[in-house]
Design a protein around this ligand. Structure first.
Ligand code: SF4
Length: 420
């Protein structure tokens, strides 16, 4: 989502102000840091990065801080780093053309409505187009700062989304990536009088766009994975067979404390339905260990869900309290060393699962959409179920879909040869 926000800001700056991108901070007229605040570490990193850029920047160059940490810390950023010229919240990116002309501007209004805003065009990839389908989040997960930095959830009208997909197809992209904090809650609220369309119907409409061959999305919420959604996912050949299902914890008690709205049983039921309807589906997840109150039994429940679902990919973290959240005030915290030990155990267990899964890829054939030139004489792409595969080749393969046989497997990336 931050990548897409950056694209929006680059597009505005380019179209309205004539800015061009540079990789060299020494020659930049404007340096922007687009921040995340989901975990604590990147927030600390922000101030050291800012100090570094302040030393590097040329005379008269401006520095801006955007994104969720900008929303959260607001003018505090300028207090701590007085050389920062403006602060722009995650929900206010369309105001970029305006704030760069107001020194010390702080625009962090989380009620601001960008759902109708038609952004100019800029895409970091020629092959894949990110498209926002909603902004903000209405959930109140007790560990999460996002509703406080991105505001209430508003869906972007379906006709604007389809128009974006059409534009992407016309410019040659075969894949669209639909983005939202909670995509399958799409359609719950629009800011004006718009046709009520749910996420399943939106997927159907986007899949009618000629030239778009692959549709991905993130993140769906396990609570909203109803039968209609899973059945469309299974039936529609344009929808990539890779599903992100953020588990967070396998313990129903902890899920209740997190206010996730589903139980261990519901999650397992949805994952089993997915696996039954789409045998080749790959399922990824997010897991937090050592959330306040997590006992060894609760943690064992998380390992049990991993055993039953056999995720193809996990993003796992030790709980870190975030400001402005309910969980920050919880006093039944888990000892940090216990948390670290659980995280290592969980990751080691995932490695054994992953080794078994990837061993099963050897010799199999998949359609790969090539998107990236690697420096070592390889091109890389993804299968529809999100396996990253590298083959020997050059830019002639970029933007093409080819049949590849896997010849060598590893945890992160698979190697193969083109067979057709
Ligand atoms: S669904 Fe929960 S975890 Fe996801 S963004 Fe919303 S509040 Fe945060």
């Amino acid at each position: 989502m931050n990548v897409r926000d950056s694209e929006h800001m680059i597009a505005e700056l380019n179209a309205q102000e004539g800015y061009e991108l540079t990789d060299n901070p020494r020659e930049a007229d404007l340096i922007m840091i687009n921040t995340c605040s989901v975990r604590e570490k990147p927030v600390h990193k922000l101030f050291s990065e800012l100090g570094g850029f302040n030393k590097l920047k040329k005379e008269g160059a401006k520095i801006g801080v955007c994104g969720c940490t900008a929303s959260h810390l607001g003018k505090e950023i300028i207090k701590r780093a007085p050389y920062v010229n403006f602060v722009l919240g995650a929900r206010n990116v369309s105001k970029i053309g305006e704030v760069i002309h107001r020194d010390k501007a702080v625009e962090i209004d989380i009620d601001y409505d960008e759902s109708q805003f038609a952004f100019k065009d800029f895409r970091t990839s020629a092959y894949k187009a990110y498209i926002n389908i909603s902004i903000g989040c209405d959930k109140q997960c007790t560990f999460c700062i996002v509703p406080k930095t991105r505001g209430d959830e508003i869906s972007i009208p379906a006709d604007l989304i389809v128009a974006e997909a059409l534009k992407a197809a016309e410019s040659g992209a075969k894949e669209v990536f639909l983005l939202g904090q909670n995509v399958n809650n799409y359609g719950r609220r629009f800011s004006g009088d718009h046709e009520k369309v749910n996420f399943t119907e939106l997927l159907r409409r986007v899949s009618t766009v000629e030239g778009i061959e692959r549709i991905r999305f993130t993140s769906p919420h396990p609570l909203h994975m109803d039968d209609e959604f899973i059945e469309e996912f299974a039936r529609n050949p344009k929808i990539c067979k890779s599903m992100h299902m953020p588990l967070q914890s396998g313990s129903s008690e902890i899920l209740k404390a997190m206010k996730r709205g589903y139980s261990k049983e519901w999650f397992l039921n949805r994952a089993a339905k997915l696996r039954a309807m789409v045998p080749d589906v790959s399922i990824s997840t997010d897991i937090i260990v050592a959330f306040p109150g997590e006992s060894e039994e609760d943690f064992a429940d998380t390992l049990d869900v991993m055993r039953q679902v056999r995720f193809e990919q996990i993003f796992s973290f030790k709980y870190s309290p975030r400001p402005l959240t309910e969980a920050e005030k919880m006093t039944n915290t888990v000892d940090s060393e216990i948390g670290s030990e659980r995280l290592s155990r969980l990751q080691a267990y995932q490695d054994t699962i992953l080794d078994e899964i990837t061993a099963g890829y050897l010799g199999r054939e998949f359609d790969v959409y090539f998107e990236e030139l690697r420096s070592d004489g390889y091109v890389a792409g993804r299968t529809d179920n999100n396996i990253v595969i590298k083959v020997k080749g050059s830019e002639e393969w970029l933007g093409k879909i080819a049949r590849v046989r896997i010849t060598e497997v590893s945890r992160l990336v698979q190697y193969g040869e083109i067979v057709a």
